[in-house]
Design a protein around this ligand. Structure first.
Ligand code: AMP
Length: 488
Protein backbone atom coordinates (compact mmCIF):
# COMPACT_ATOMS: atom_id res chain seq x y z
CA UNK A 1 0.00 0.00 0.00
CA UNK A 2 1.23 3.50 -0.71
CA UNK A 3 0.57 6.75 1.12
CA UNK A 4 -1.17 8.08 -1.99
CA UNK A 5 -4.18 5.85 -1.40
CA UNK A 6 -4.93 7.22 2.06
CA UNK A 7 -6.53 10.46 0.97
CA UNK A 8 -3.77 12.75 2.20
CA UNK A 9 -3.14 16.11 0.58
CA UNK A 10 -0.17 16.81 -1.71
CA UNK A 11 1.59 18.90 0.97
CA UNK A 12 1.45 16.07 3.46
CA UNK A 13 2.50 13.46 0.91
CA UNK A 14 5.45 15.66 0.09
CA UNK A 15 6.48 15.89 3.73
CA UNK A 16 6.11 12.14 4.13
CA UNK A 17 8.22 11.51 1.03
CA UNK A 18 10.86 13.90 2.34
CA UNK A 19 11.04 11.78 5.47
CA UNK A 20 11.81 8.82 3.25
CA UNK A 21 8.67 6.89 4.15
CA UNK A 22 7.63 4.74 1.24
CA UNK A 23 4.60 3.03 2.67
CA UNK A 24 2.36 3.55 5.65
CA UNK A 25 2.83 1.41 8.73
CA UNK A 26 -0.17 -0.74 9.72
CA UNK A 27 -1.47 1.76 12.26
CA UNK A 28 -1.14 4.59 9.74
CA UNK A 29 -2.92 2.62 7.03
CA UNK A 30 -5.77 1.97 9.41
CA UNK A 31 -6.01 5.24 11.28
CA UNK A 32 -5.45 7.88 8.62
CA UNK A 33 -8.56 7.29 6.45
CA UNK A 34 -10.77 6.94 9.51
CA UNK A 35 -9.52 10.12 11.16
CA UNK A 36 -9.94 11.95 7.87
CA UNK A 37 -13.60 10.95 7.96
CA UNK A 38 -13.89 12.78 11.25
CA UNK A 39 -14.47 9.65 13.31
CA UNK A 40 -13.25 8.93 16.82
CA UNK A 41 -10.72 6.17 17.16
CA UNK A 42 -9.53 3.89 19.89
CA UNK A 43 -6.15 2.66 18.77
CA UNK A 44 -4.16 -0.02 20.51
CA UNK A 45 -0.72 0.87 19.29
CA UNK A 46 2.61 1.04 21.01
CA UNK A 47 5.43 3.40 20.34
CA UNK A 48 7.57 2.46 17.40
CA UNK A 49 4.55 1.60 15.30
CA UNK A 50 4.41 4.98 13.58
CA UNK A 51 1.35 6.02 15.57
CA UNK A 52 2.46 9.65 15.78
CA UNK A 53 2.18 10.11 12.03
CA UNK A 54 -1.00 8.02 12.24
CA UNK A 55 -2.76 10.83 14.07
CA UNK A 56 -0.65 13.83 13.09
CA UNK A 57 -1.05 13.54 9.32
CA UNK A 58 -4.85 13.41 9.21
CA UNK A 59 -5.11 15.96 12.00
CA UNK A 60 -3.03 18.43 9.99
CA UNK A 61 -5.13 17.79 6.94
CA UNK A 62 -8.41 18.30 8.76
CA UNK A 63 -7.24 21.55 10.29
CA UNK A 64 -5.92 22.79 7.00
CA UNK A 65 -9.21 22.06 5.25
CA UNK A 66 -10.86 24.63 7.47
CA UNK A 67 -8.12 27.16 7.86
CA UNK A 68 -8.75 29.86 10.41
CA UNK A 69 -9.62 33.32 9.20
CA UNK A 70 -7.54 36.35 10.00
CA UNK A 71 -7.21 37.39 13.61
CA UNK A 72 -6.06 35.43 16.64
CA UNK A 73 -5.48 31.74 16.01
CA UNK A 74 -7.26 29.52 18.47
CA UNK A 75 -5.99 26.11 19.55
CA UNK A 76 -7.98 23.69 17.41
CA UNK A 77 -6.09 20.47 18.06
CA UNK A 78 -4.77 19.40 21.45
CA UNK A 79 -2.40 16.47 21.85
CA UNK A 80 -1.83 15.32 25.42
CA UNK A 81 1.16 13.16 26.25
CA UNK A 82 2.36 11.76 29.55
CA UNK A 83 5.95 13.00 29.41
CA UNK A 84 7.97 15.97 28.36
CA UNK A 85 10.16 13.91 26.09
CA UNK A 86 7.19 12.45 24.29
CA UNK A 87 5.58 15.87 24.04
CA UNK A 88 8.76 17.24 22.48
CA UNK A 89 8.90 14.38 20.02
CA UNK A 90 5.28 14.66 18.98
CA UNK A 91 5.70 18.41 18.53
CA UNK A 92 8.70 17.75 16.32
CA UNK A 93 6.62 15.37 14.22
CA UNK A 94 3.86 17.96 13.92
CA UNK A 95 6.43 20.46 12.64
CA UNK A 96 7.97 17.94 10.28
CA UNK A 97 4.79 16.65 8.70
CA UNK A 98 3.19 20.08 8.64
CA UNK A 99 6.14 21.92 7.17
CA UNK A 100 4.35 22.66 3.90
CA UNK A 101 1.15 23.81 5.54
CA UNK A 102 0.41 27.24 6.97
CA UNK A 103 -0.47 25.84 10.40
CA UNK A 104 1.22 26.82 13.62
CA UNK A 105 2.03 24.55 16.50
CA UNK A 106 3.83 24.64 19.81
CA UNK A 107 4.60 22.44 22.76
CA UNK A 108 4.24 23.11 26.46
CA UNK A 109 5.62 21.00 29.28
CA UNK A 110 6.97 21.49 32.76
CA UNK A 111 10.55 21.74 33.97
CA UNK A 112 11.27 24.73 31.76
CA UNK A 113 10.34 28.40 32.00
CA UNK A 114 6.72 29.18 31.42
CA UNK A 115 7.14 32.67 29.96
CA UNK A 116 8.42 31.69 26.51
CA UNK A 117 5.48 29.30 26.30
CA UNK A 118 3.07 32.08 27.22
CA UNK A 119 4.61 34.23 24.52
CA UNK A 120 4.13 31.54 21.88
CA UNK A 121 0.55 30.93 22.94
CA UNK A 122 -0.10 34.65 22.83
CA UNK A 123 0.83 34.71 19.15
CA UNK A 124 -1.71 31.98 18.49
CA UNK A 125 -1.29 28.31 17.54
CA UNK A 126 -3.49 25.80 15.74
CA UNK A 127 -1.99 22.70 17.30
CA UNK A 128 -0.89 22.41 20.89
CA UNK A 129 1.09 19.48 22.24
CA UNK A 130 1.18 19.40 26.01
CA UNK A 131 1.72 17.47 29.17
CA UNK A 132 -1.31 17.76 31.45
CA UNK A 133 0.34 19.48 34.42
CA UNK A 134 1.82 22.41 32.55
CA UNK A 135 -1.30 22.70 30.45
CA UNK A 136 -3.34 23.25 33.59
CA UNK A 137 -0.78 25.76 34.85
CA UNK A 138 -1.44 27.79 31.71
CA UNK A 139 -5.17 27.44 32.11
CA UNK A 140 -4.88 28.68 35.67
CA UNK A 141 -2.82 31.65 34.56
CA UNK A 142 -5.39 32.33 31.87
CA UNK A 143 -2.76 32.14 29.18
CA UNK A 144 -4.56 29.40 27.30
CA UNK A 145 -8.03 29.07 25.86
CA UNK A 146 -9.20 25.58 24.99
CA UNK A 147 -12.74 26.47 24.04
CA UNK A 148 -12.12 26.09 20.30
CA UNK A 149 -10.55 22.64 20.32
CA UNK A 150 -11.93 20.47 17.53
CA UNK A 151 -9.65 17.45 17.86
CA UNK A 152 -8.28 15.91 21.02
CA UNK A 153 -5.55 13.29 20.96
CA UNK A 154 -4.67 11.33 24.08
CA UNK A 155 -1.33 9.74 23.31
CA UNK A 156 -0.18 6.86 25.50
CA UNK A 157 -3.38 7.21 27.45
CA UNK A 158 -2.66 4.08 29.47
CA UNK A 159 0.54 5.60 30.83
CA UNK A 160 -1.25 8.80 31.66
CA UNK A 161 -3.83 6.94 33.67
CA UNK A 162 -1.47 4.40 35.09
CA UNK A 163 0.35 7.02 37.06
CA UNK A 164 -2.46 9.23 38.16
CA UNK A 165 -3.20 11.79 35.49
CA UNK A 166 -6.88 11.01 35.48
CA UNK A 167 -7.82 14.10 37.47
CA UNK A 168 -5.84 16.39 35.24
CA UNK A 169 -7.42 14.76 32.21
CA UNK A 170 -10.91 15.19 33.63
CA UNK A 171 -10.21 18.85 34.33
CA UNK A 172 -8.91 19.33 30.82
CA UNK A 173 -11.89 17.55 29.25
CA UNK A 174 -14.20 19.91 31.11
CA UNK A 175 -12.51 22.83 29.37
CA UNK A 176 -13.04 21.48 25.86
CA UNK A 177 -16.10 21.93 23.67
CA UNK A 178 -18.49 18.97 23.78
CA UNK A 179 -18.51 18.60 20.06
CA UNK A 180 -15.12 17.41 18.96
CA UNK A 181 -13.23 14.47 17.49
CA UNK A 182 -11.32 12.27 19.92
CA UNK A 183 -8.39 10.01 19.17
CA UNK A 184 -7.23 7.75 21.95
CA UNK A 185 -3.98 5.83 21.68
CA UNK A 186 -3.06 3.26 24.26
CA UNK A 187 -0.72 0.29 24.27
CA UNK A 188 -2.95 -1.63 26.65
CA UNK A 189 -6.66 -1.82 27.42
CA UNK A 190 -7.02 -1.79 31.16
CA UNK A 191 -10.41 -1.33 32.77
CA UNK A 192 -9.45 2.30 33.42
CA UNK A 193 -8.83 2.83 29.73
CA UNK A 194 -12.16 1.22 28.90
CA UNK A 195 -13.93 3.53 31.32
CA UNK A 196 -12.20 6.54 29.84
CA UNK A 197 -12.88 5.38 26.29
CA UNK A 198 -16.55 4.83 27.07
CA UNK A 199 -16.86 8.36 28.40
CA UNK A 200 -14.75 10.06 25.82
CA UNK A 201 -15.33 8.37 22.51
CA UNK A 202 -18.34 8.43 20.29
CA UNK A 203 -18.79 5.33 18.16
CA UNK A 204 -15.06 4.86 17.90
CA UNK A 205 -13.43 2.83 15.20
CA UNK A 206 -11.21 0.30 16.87
CA UNK A 207 -7.74 -0.12 15.53
CA UNK A 208 -5.36 -2.65 16.84
CA UNK A 209 -1.79 -3.29 15.95
CA UNK A 210 0.00 -6.20 17.52
CA UNK A 211 1.95 -5.54 20.66
CA UNK A 212 5.66 -5.62 20.36
CA UNK A 213 5.93 -8.10 23.18
CA UNK A 214 8.37 -10.21 21.29
CA UNK A 215 11.78 -8.81 20.69
CA UNK A 216 12.40 -7.50 17.22
CA UNK A 217 13.81 -10.18 14.98
CA UNK A 218 16.56 -7.83 13.97
CA UNK A 219 17.95 -7.58 17.50
CA UNK A 220 20.72 -10.01 18.29
CA UNK A 221 20.48 -10.84 21.94
CA UNK A 222 23.08 -12.37 24.14
CA UNK A 223 24.00 -12.76 27.74
CA UNK A 224 27.46 -12.57 29.26
CA UNK A 225 27.60 -14.36 32.57
CA UNK A 226 29.85 -12.37 34.85
CA UNK A 227 30.34 -11.64 38.53
CA UNK A 228 28.44 -8.65 39.81
CA UNK A 229 31.59 -6.82 40.88
CA UNK A 230 33.19 -7.25 37.47
CA UNK A 231 30.38 -5.98 35.32
CA UNK A 232 31.77 -2.49 34.93
CA UNK A 233 35.16 -3.83 33.92
CA UNK A 234 33.55 -6.14 31.37
CA UNK A 235 31.40 -3.34 30.02
CA UNK A 236 34.42 -1.08 29.45
CA UNK A 237 36.23 -4.00 27.86
CA UNK A 238 33.34 -4.75 25.49
CA UNK A 239 32.91 -1.12 24.45
CA UNK A 240 36.63 -0.73 23.84
CA UNK A 241 37.41 -4.07 22.23
CA UNK A 242 34.35 -4.05 19.99
CA UNK A 243 34.76 -0.38 19.28
CA UNK A 244 31.16 0.46 20.06
CA UNK A 245 30.57 4.11 19.32
CA UNK A 246 27.11 4.62 20.72
CA UNK A 247 25.85 2.49 23.56
CA UNK A 248 22.75 2.86 25.67
CA UNK A 249 23.29 1.15 29.01
CA UNK A 250 20.51 0.34 31.43
CA UNK A 251 20.83 0.24 35.17
CA UNK A 252 18.12 -0.48 37.67
CA UNK A 253 18.52 2.67 39.70
CA UNK A 254 19.32 6.34 39.36
CA UNK A 255 22.27 6.07 41.72
CA UNK A 256 23.54 3.05 39.85
CA UNK A 257 23.32 5.05 36.62
CA UNK A 258 25.28 7.95 38.10
CA UNK A 259 27.94 5.75 39.58
CA UNK A 260 28.39 3.73 36.42
CA UNK A 261 28.67 6.84 34.25
CA UNK A 262 31.36 8.18 36.58
CA UNK A 263 33.25 4.91 36.57
CA UNK A 264 33.14 4.67 32.80
CA UNK A 265 34.49 8.21 32.59
CA UNK A 266 37.38 7.07 34.78
CA UNK A 267 37.93 4.25 32.32
CA UNK A 268 38.37 6.87 29.63
CA UNK A 269 34.95 6.56 28.00
CA UNK A 270 32.72 9.59 27.55
CA UNK A 271 29.57 8.82 29.48
CA UNK A 272 26.48 10.57 30.83
CA UNK A 273 23.66 9.45 33.03
CA UNK A 274 20.04 10.26 32.38
CA UNK A 275 17.39 9.80 35.01
CA UNK A 276 14.64 11.51 36.90
CA UNK A 277 16.87 13.28 39.43
CA UNK A 278 18.45 15.28 36.65
CA UNK A 279 17.01 18.58 35.60
CA UNK A 280 15.26 18.82 32.28
CA UNK A 281 18.22 20.83 30.97
CA UNK A 282 20.75 18.21 32.05
CA UNK A 283 18.69 15.45 30.45
CA UNK A 284 18.33 17.34 27.22
CA UNK A 285 22.07 18.05 27.13
CA UNK A 286 22.99 14.44 27.88
CA UNK A 287 20.70 13.20 25.15
CA UNK A 288 21.92 15.75 22.63
CA UNK A 289 25.55 14.85 23.37
CA UNK A 290 24.77 11.19 22.92
CA UNK A 291 22.90 11.70 19.66
CA UNK A 292 25.67 13.85 18.26
CA UNK A 293 28.28 11.26 19.14
CA UNK A 294 30.05 13.41 21.74
CA UNK A 295 28.99 11.04 24.48
CA UNK A 296 29.73 7.42 23.73
CA UNK A 297 27.81 5.82 26.56
CA UNK A 298 24.46 6.95 27.86
CA UNK A 299 23.50 5.27 31.11
CA UNK A 300 19.78 5.34 31.77
CA UNK A 301 17.12 3.97 34.04
CA UNK A 302 14.11 2.31 32.44
CA UNK A 303 11.87 5.20 33.22
CA UNK A 304 14.18 7.88 31.89
CA UNK A 305 14.80 5.88 28.75
CA UNK A 306 11.13 5.54 27.92
CA UNK A 307 10.96 8.92 26.28
CA UNK A 308 14.25 8.72 24.44
CA UNK A 309 14.21 9.15 20.73
CA UNK A 310 17.47 7.96 19.28
CA UNK A 311 17.78 7.00 15.68
CA UNK A 312 19.26 3.64 14.78
CA UNK A 313 20.86 2.84 18.05
CA UNK A 314 23.30 -0.01 17.41
CA UNK A 315 23.96 -1.26 20.96
CA UNK A 316 21.93 -1.67 24.08
CA UNK A 317 23.50 -3.11 27.21
CA UNK A 318 21.59 -4.33 30.20
CA UNK A 319 24.13 -3.65 32.89
CA UNK A 320 21.52 -5.01 35.24
CA UNK A 321 18.46 -6.93 34.19
CA UNK A 322 15.17 -5.15 34.83
CA UNK A 323 12.91 -6.27 37.63
CA UNK A 324 10.02 -6.48 35.23
CA UNK A 325 10.55 -8.79 32.28
CA UNK A 326 8.54 -6.59 29.93
CA UNK A 327 11.00 -3.77 30.51
CA UNK A 328 13.61 -5.96 28.86
CA UNK A 329 11.56 -5.90 25.69
CA UNK A 330 11.22 -2.13 25.91
CA UNK A 331 14.93 -1.77 26.50
CA UNK A 332 16.11 -3.88 23.62
CA UNK A 333 13.44 -2.33 21.42
CA UNK A 334 15.75 0.72 21.44
CA UNK A 335 17.95 -1.03 18.94
CA UNK A 336 17.24 -2.98 15.76
CA UNK A 337 14.63 -0.39 14.88
CA UNK A 338 13.22 0.05 11.44
CA UNK A 339 14.70 -3.16 10.13
CA UNK A 340 18.26 -2.28 11.10
CA UNK A 341 20.53 -4.72 12.83
CA UNK A 342 20.92 -4.13 16.51
CA UNK A 343 22.68 -5.82 19.35
CA UNK A 344 21.41 -6.24 22.89
CA UNK A 345 23.88 -7.53 25.42
CA UNK A 346 23.01 -8.37 29.01
CA UNK A 347 25.57 -8.68 31.77
CA UNK A 348 24.08 -11.20 34.11
CA UNK A 349 25.42 -12.16 37.52
CA UNK A 350 24.36 -15.02 39.73
CA UNK A 351 21.77 -12.85 41.51
CA UNK A 352 19.86 -12.32 38.32
CA UNK A 353 19.24 -15.86 37.12
CA UNK A 354 15.61 -15.69 38.19
CA UNK A 355 15.07 -12.46 36.29
CA UNK A 356 16.72 -13.97 33.23
CA UNK A 357 14.39 -16.96 33.38
CA UNK A 358 11.42 -14.58 33.57
CA UNK A 359 12.62 -12.78 30.48
CA UNK A 360 13.17 -16.00 28.57
CA UNK A 361 9.72 -17.15 29.54
CA UNK A 362 8.23 -13.92 28.22
CA UNK A 363 10.21 -14.15 24.98
CA UNK A 364 9.42 -17.85 24.72
CA UNK A 365 13.03 -18.54 23.84
CA UNK A 366 16.42 -18.91 25.39
CA UNK A 367 19.00 -16.19 25.00
CA UNK A 368 22.49 -17.25 23.95
CA UNK A 369 24.84 -17.24 26.92
CA UNK A 370 28.56 -16.73 26.77
CA UNK A 371 31.42 -16.40 29.17
CA UNK A 372 34.20 -14.14 28.05
CA UNK A 373 37.67 -15.55 28.78
CA UNK A 374 39.11 -13.62 31.70
CA UNK A 375 35.63 -12.81 33.04
CA UNK A 376 34.53 -16.27 34.10
CA UNK A 377 32.13 -16.12 37.04
CA UNK A 378 33.57 -17.35 40.30
CA UNK A 379 31.46 -20.39 41.28
CA UNK A 380 32.07 -19.62 44.95
CA UNK A 381 30.05 -16.44 44.77
CA UNK A 382 26.53 -17.05 45.94
CA UNK A 383 23.39 -15.28 44.82
CA UNK A 384 22.39 -12.30 46.92
CA UNK A 385 19.08 -10.50 47.10
CA UNK A 386 18.84 -7.87 44.45
CA UNK A 387 19.31 -4.47 45.99
CA UNK A 388 16.23 -2.41 45.80
CA UNK A 389 15.45 1.20 46.33
CA UNK A 390 18.36 3.42 47.32
CA UNK A 391 20.36 3.09 44.24
CA UNK A 392 21.58 -0.47 44.18
CA UNK A 393 24.50 0.67 46.24
CA UNK A 394 26.73 -2.33 46.51
CA UNK A 395 28.02 -1.12 49.85
CA UNK A 396 24.61 -1.41 51.32
CA UNK A 397 24.06 -4.76 49.67
CA UNK A 398 22.00 -7.13 51.71
CA UNK A 399 20.23 -4.40 53.60
CA UNK A 400 17.79 -3.87 50.78
CA UNK A 401 14.48 -5.58 50.56
CA UNK A 402 14.47 -8.78 48.57
CA UNK A 403 13.23 -8.02 45.11
CA UNK A 404 9.73 -9.38 44.70
CA UNK A 405 10.62 -9.95 41.11
CA UNK A 406 8.61 -12.98 40.18
CA UNK A 407 5.31 -12.18 41.79
CA UNK A 408 2.61 -10.72 39.60
CA UNK A 409 1.24 -7.59 41.07
CA UNK A 410 -2.25 -7.55 42.39
CA UNK A 411 -4.63 -4.74 41.62
CA UNK A 412 -4.35 -3.43 45.12
CA UNK A 413 -0.63 -2.93 44.59
CA UNK A 414 -1.04 -0.87 41.49
CA UNK A 415 -0.05 2.78 41.73
CA UNK A 416 -3.02 4.54 43.18
CA UNK A 417 -4.47 7.65 41.77
CA UNK A 418 -3.70 10.37 44.18
CA UNK A 419 -6.62 12.57 44.85
CA UNK A 420 -4.55 15.22 46.51
CA UNK A 421 -3.18 18.39 44.97
CA UNK A 422 -1.13 18.44 41.81
CA UNK A 423 2.20 19.00 43.46
CA UNK A 424 2.42 15.56 45.04
CA UNK A 425 0.82 13.73 42.22
CA UNK A 426 2.60 10.82 40.70
CA UNK A 427 3.02 11.36 37.04
CA UNK A 428 3.06 8.87 34.25
CA UNK A 429 6.06 7.91 32.31
CA UNK A 430 6.54 8.09 28.58
CA UNK A 431 7.63 5.53 26.14
CA UNK A 432 7.95 7.19 22.85
CA UNK A 433 10.59 5.89 20.58
CA UNK A 434 11.74 6.90 17.20
CA UNK A 435 13.85 5.39 14.57
CA UNK A 436 15.45 6.74 11.50
CA UNK A 437 13.01 8.48 9.29
CA UNK A 438 14.59 7.01 6.20
CA UNK A 439 13.46 3.54 6.89
CA UNK A 440 10.34 1.68 7.65
CA UNK A 441 9.17 0.76 11.07
CA UNK A 442 9.86 -2.88 11.75
CA UNK A 443 6.26 -3.50 12.47
CA UNK A 444 4.74 -4.31 9.14
CA UNK A 445 2.89 -7.55 8.93
CA UNK A 446 2.13 -7.40 12.61
CA UNK A 447 -1.37 -6.20 12.21
CA UNK A 448 -3.65 -8.61 13.90
CA UNK A 449 -7.01 -7.17 13.24
CA UNK A 450 -8.62 -4.02 12.15
CA UNK A 451 -11.87 -4.07 13.91
CA UNK A 452 -13.64 -1.40 12.06
CA UNK A 453 -16.78 -1.82 14.02
CA UNK A 454 -19.19 0.95 14.61
CA UNK A 455 -20.08 0.16 18.14
CA UNK A 456 -21.97 1.87 20.83
CA UNK A 457 -19.58 3.79 23.03
CA UNK A 458 -20.62 1.80 26.05
CA UNK A 459 -19.54 -1.46 24.47
CA UNK A 460 -16.81 -0.35 22.15
CA UNK A 461 -13.68 -0.90 24.18
CA UNK A 462 -14.80 -4.15 25.64
CA UNK A 463 -15.36 -5.63 22.19
CA UNK A 464 -11.72 -5.22 21.35
CA UNK A 465 -9.38 -8.10 21.88
CA UNK A 466 -7.59 -6.67 24.85
CA UNK A 467 -3.91 -7.30 25.22
CA UNK A 468 -3.26 -7.97 28.87
CA UNK A 469 -1.95 -4.93 30.61
CA UNK A 470 1.53 -5.31 31.94
CA UNK A 471 1.75 -6.23 35.56
CA UNK A 472 4.47 -3.80 36.36
CA UNK A 473 5.94 -3.84 39.77
CA UNK A 474 7.29 -0.43 40.53
CA UNK A 475 9.12 0.73 43.56
CA UNK A 476 8.30 3.98 45.32
CA UNK A 477 11.66 5.36 44.15
CA UNK A 478 10.67 4.55 40.57
CA UNK A 479 7.39 6.33 41.04
CA UNK A 480 9.23 9.34 42.42
CA UNK A 481 11.52 9.24 39.44
CA UNK A 482 8.53 9.21 37.15
CA UNK A 483 7.11 12.16 38.97
CA UNK A 484 10.21 14.18 38.32
CA UNK A 485 10.32 13.15 34.68
CA UNK A 486 6.87 14.28 33.95
CA UNK A 487 5.12 17.24 32.63
CA UNK A 488 4.69 19.22 35.82
P1 AMP B 1 6.24 6.47 16.48
O1 AMP B 1 5.69 5.12 16.79
O2 AMP B 1 5.20 7.39 16.05
O3 AMP B 1 7.09 7.00 17.60
O4 AMP B 1 7.20 6.33 15.20
C1 AMP B 1 8.33 5.51 15.24
C2 AMP B 1 9.34 5.90 14.14
O5 AMP B 1 8.89 5.45 12.87
C3 AMP B 1 9.59 7.38 14.00
O6 AMP B 1 10.96 7.61 14.02
C4 AMP B 1 9.06 7.75 12.64
O7 AMP B 1 9.87 8.72 12.04
C5 AMP B 1 9.12 6.45 11.90
N1 AMP B 1 8.06 6.30 10.91
C6 AMP B 1 6.77 6.67 11.05
N2 AMP B 1 6.05 6.34 9.97
C7 AMP B 1 6.91 5.72 9.12
C8 AMP B 1 6.75 5.14 7.83
N3 AMP B 1 5.58 5.09 7.21
N4 AMP B 1 7.84 4.60 7.27
C9 AMP B 1 9.01 4.63 7.91
N5 AMP B 1 9.23 5.16 9.12
C10 AMP B 1 8.19 5.69 9.74
Amino acid sequence: MSFDSLGLSAELLRAVAEEGYTEPTPVQAQAIPVVLQGKDILAGAQTGTGKTAGFTLPLLQLLNQHAQGKGHRAVRALVLTPTRELAAQVAESVETYGRHLPLKSTVIFGGVKINPQIEKLRHGVDILVATPGRLLDHVQQKTLDLSKVEILVLDEADRMLDMGFIHDIRKILALLPQNRQNLLFSATYSSEIKTLADKLLDNPVLIEVARRNTAAETVQQMVYSVDRERKRELLSHLIGSKNWKQVLVFTRTKHGANRLAQQLEKDGLTASAIHGNKSQGARTRALAGFKQGEVRVLVATDIAARGLDIDQLPHVVNFELPNVAEDYVHRIGRTGRAGNEGEAVSLVCVDENGLLRDIERLLKREITKEVLPGYEPDPRIKAEPIQNGRGGDRNSRGRGRQQPAQRPRSDSQKPRVNRAGRSDRVRAEGSAEKSNGNTRVAQSGNTRVVQEKRTHPKTSASTTAAPPSANKRRRPSQRRERASLLGG
